[in-house]
Design a binder for this molecule. Sequence first.
Ligand SMILES: *Cc1c(COP(=O)(O)O)cnc(C)c1O
Length: 349
Amino acid sequence: MASSTLHIDLDAIASNWKALDAKSGPATQTAAVVKADSYGLGADRVARTLLRQGAKTFFVALAEEGAKLRQAIGDGPEIFILSGHMAGDRDMLDDLDLTPVLNSAEQVKRHMEVSPATPFGVQLDTGMNRLGLEDADWRALAPMLLEKSPKLVMSHLSCSDEVHMGMNERQLAEFTRMTDGTGLRRSLSATGGLIYGKEYHFDLVRPGIGLYGGMPFAEARPVVTLSLPVIQTRMVEVGETVGYGNTWEAKRRSHVATISAGYADGISRRLSNNAQLWAGDTPCPLIGRVSMDLITVDITDLDGTPEELDLLNTHQGVDAVADLIGTIGYEVLTSLGARYERRYSETLA
Ligand SMILES: *Cc1c(COP(=O)(O)O)cnc(C)c1O
């Protein structure tokens, strides 16, 4: 029996990066966000692919992620740590040339005490109230920080994929006000802001989800296919039920396939009776409840029995699955990533 496999199209990731790089234009550098193991797809492989395309700057969430990434990509490319300089990070930051994005007065103090010679970036809060120096802290610390030439000053948009709130414009104005005249390399936008408008690009953009085929980058090439092997099939007579809680009842004599994957593999139980799996180009309804390790599928309308069925493919991407269960593509991707055999395809240029 085949194993459950997450196919990852590295060419599609490369092409998405290039398309976003083209949108951001020649005056703006396009970095790549590879936190959470590249949204579950494997930061080492993704980063090496993007290096070949010309990416020179990467962002991860944690120093530990940065350390692993440095081992995978070698010396040279910049690696920024979004969580900043946390207690105990010093050796990793110093030894592996990782650049923390300092987020608070406390982190600034820690960094200047323990790693005064290690380069750093600064994050400013422009309204999201999650990470970053507040205006008053920035004003107090800026003279000292500017003297040490931060590698980057950045902020993050809270509503970059929602155009109606005026929040982007307010954050843009705040970021501009806080950083004009500093002469620093500036970055405000992730995928959403990059698409939203040129004035959000500044010197560097930081796309993540768009590289991996997710919204809000609507033209993204799909990146993942999730194929789940069929373990067993049976005929179910009219009136019989399938799965826990008897939530599906056969209205016709039905051919039912049981496939090897479930909510323990990051496939939400909320997909019960509420999704399609694909035999190539043919959709087949998921029937009954998703259990811990198994899913049942109505394959009556297929000729024969497929070896595997796909939950994610070019017909049904991460955002389509996310819509079914009231979440976002980011969560679907990151909950799947680590649990399957990963198979990469890449045409080495
Ligand atoms: C995750 C993250 C990004 C990338 O965001 P996408 O929406 O995936 O493009 C960029 N910047 C920061 C600060 C982030 O936390």
